[in-house]
Design a protein around this ligand. Structure first.
Ligand code: ATP
Ligand code: MN
Length: 484
């Protein structure tokens, strides 16, 4: 007899069908004549209710073992449920308990636990309603990402995790080394001698796959990456991880307008697809986590994103009747509070800001004719701020060389990147989308550590993910308490 997924039975199961299910006990209710247990196999938020009749062999002993968290196989017959809130239930005929979960020590007893508490038990928290829903949505979203690009003929390219590029200038780098830390070789100048290291030079964990994606776009026209990215950002915020996943499409023969159009279509697609794939989970987030989740999704899917230049954004911020913590003036980067004000309060929908000052953006962005701004675009959304960062790339060799010089980027490391402009260069553009930021935005989860199974952040590399200690700059909106 094959095991059926519970989500399938809840949707399609018919009375009198003989079925087997496997999963973990969520709740148990003992009554005089029956025992009800709700079994969850992770396929949906709601479990299937099984009814155990005292005529079952070893009834008392089995019921005792079926506490919250215990693992079981139950075979039986489906029946229409007289109870409220469920269409069908399972009349158990055989029950096999694999592993008990001692109610005295199993941590997930209460109906709701705080997310902080759950972060301390990252090895168990996926068995809760909220975190379970998050990871089903995460899976559905990943599926939608591939579907969107594959349907459009984009090639999924795998860019390296270990990289020697340190010229991106994005965030902080983790060094990858096999040098003996107790006895580090030094050069004559008393610097660490990386020529004796594994790669013969200093190597890092990648902060972005973009530069490699550009190489691939010059062969395959349209490509995307979807993989882990690392930044040693020493800050405890609700939006930053040390290890996160990024999606980076790169398109040849494409300018900034094409880039913005694709990014907007892409966001619309993934929201729509997640709503279709996970309607119950999205409903749950709307009811229990943030009552604007469904309205936000609707807003993304049905509104056209506002598009303004950075110069215009600064004008609007200077006019705003409110005090910002960080100063606003042309030439300074937008802070999260500015981004949120624009998207959340002023426009009340996603907003694309373009043409930032060259000095605050990376060397590879295409210089505008004004000589001051570059063809950058950031997509800002309510609650999160920046969710996408992208640009049209500088495809002109001489202009790129000048930019590299003014920005002081070591040119000798970029010979291969310059080659792309020497041989068959074309206008091209792309963007990076932080996958966890999107999941946060979709689900309304306030802390990014609750949307990745095993968050890596300062002082958190194990299964206790919430260590927050003094000494780290704390972000203002790092919320401490919320219920799961
Ligand atoms: P921020 O200003 O929020 O730190 P950034 O300017 O460093 O972002 P980019 O270098 O443009 O970000 O990276 C592209 C995308 O990756 C961002 O738009 C964001 O969605 C995501 N991202 C960046 N840093 C992190 C991080 N530490 N954790 C999770 N996602 C991140
Ligand atoms: Mn950053």
């Amino acid at each position: 007899m094959t095991t059926r997924r519970i989500v399938d039975l809840l949707r399609n199961g018919q009375p009198d069908e003989t079925v087997t299910i496997q999963g973990w006990v969520r709740t148990k209710r003992e009554q005089k004549e029956f025992c009800f247990v709700e079994i969850n196999d992770g396929s949906s938020m709601v479990g299937l209710q099984a009814i155990l009749n005292p005529t079952l062999p070893d009834y008392a002993e089995v019921v005792k073992k079926l506490s919250t968290g215990a693992s079981v196989t139950i075979a039986g017959v489906l029946a229409a449920s007289p109870g409220k809130g469920q269409r069908i239930e399972l009349k158990a005929e055989t029950v096999t308990v694999y592993g008990e979960a001692d109610p005295e020590t199993y941590p997930l007893q209460k109906k709701r636990h705080s997310f902080e508490f759950l972060r301390e038990i990252a090895h168990l928290r996926s068995r809760t309603n909220t975190i379970g829903a998050v990871f089903r949505v995460r899976n559905a979203c990943a599926n939608a990402v591939h579907q969107f690009f594959q349907e459009r003929g984009f090639l999924w390219v795998h860019t390296p995790i270990i990289s020697a590029n340190d010229c991106e200038g994005a965030g902080e780098l983790f060094t990858v080394t096999t040098l003996d830390l107790k006895n580090v070789p030094k050069t004559k100048e008393q610097e660490i001698d990386y020529s004796q290291d594994f790669f013969g030079r200093r190597a890092f964990l990648t902060v972005s796959g973009q530069l490699e994606a550009e190489i691939m776009a010059m062969a395959f026209t349209n490509v995307y990456t979807f993989g882990p990215t690392f930044r040693a950002e020493n800050s405890n915020t609700s939006r930053h991880l040390a290890e996160f996943w990024m999606i980076e499409p790169e398109m040849a023969f494409c300018d900034l307008d094409g880039n913005m159009d694709l990014a907007e279509a892409f966001l619309k697609h993934i929201f729509k697809s997640v709503l279709e794939q996970c309607p119950e989970d999205m409903e749950f987030f709307n009811q229990r986590i943030d009552d604007s989740v469904l309205a936000t999704a609707d807003n993304i899917i049905n509104s056209s994103f506002e598009r303004i230049t950075y110069t215009k954004a600064i004008e609007l911020l200077e006019k705003a009747d409110r005090k910002f913590e960080y100063p606003v003036s042309w030439g300074l980067d937008l802070q999260s509070e500015h981004e949120r004000y624009l998207a959340e309060e002023l426009f009340k929908k996603p907003l694309i800001v373009t043409d930032y000052p060259a000095a605050i953006k990376a060397f590879y962005m295409r210089l505008n004719d004004d000589g001051k701004t570059v063809r950058a675009m950031d997509i800002l959304v309510p609650k999160i701020g920046e969710i996408v960062g992208g640009s049209q790339r500088e495809e002109r060799l001489d202009a790129l060389e000048r930019r590299i010089q003014t920005m002081g980027v070591p040119q000798e490391d970029l010979w291969w990147y310059l080659d792309l402009r020497r041989f068959g260069t074309v206008p091209h553009a792309g963007f990076g989308l932080g996958f966890e930021r999107v999941i946060q935005f979709m689900t309304g989860m306030t802390n990014i550590r609750d949307v990745i199974p095993f968050p890596r952040a300062p002082l958190s590399a194990d299964f206790r993910a919430s260590s927050v200690r003094a000494g780290f700059a704390n972000d203002l909106d790092f919320r401490q308490s919320s219920l799961g």
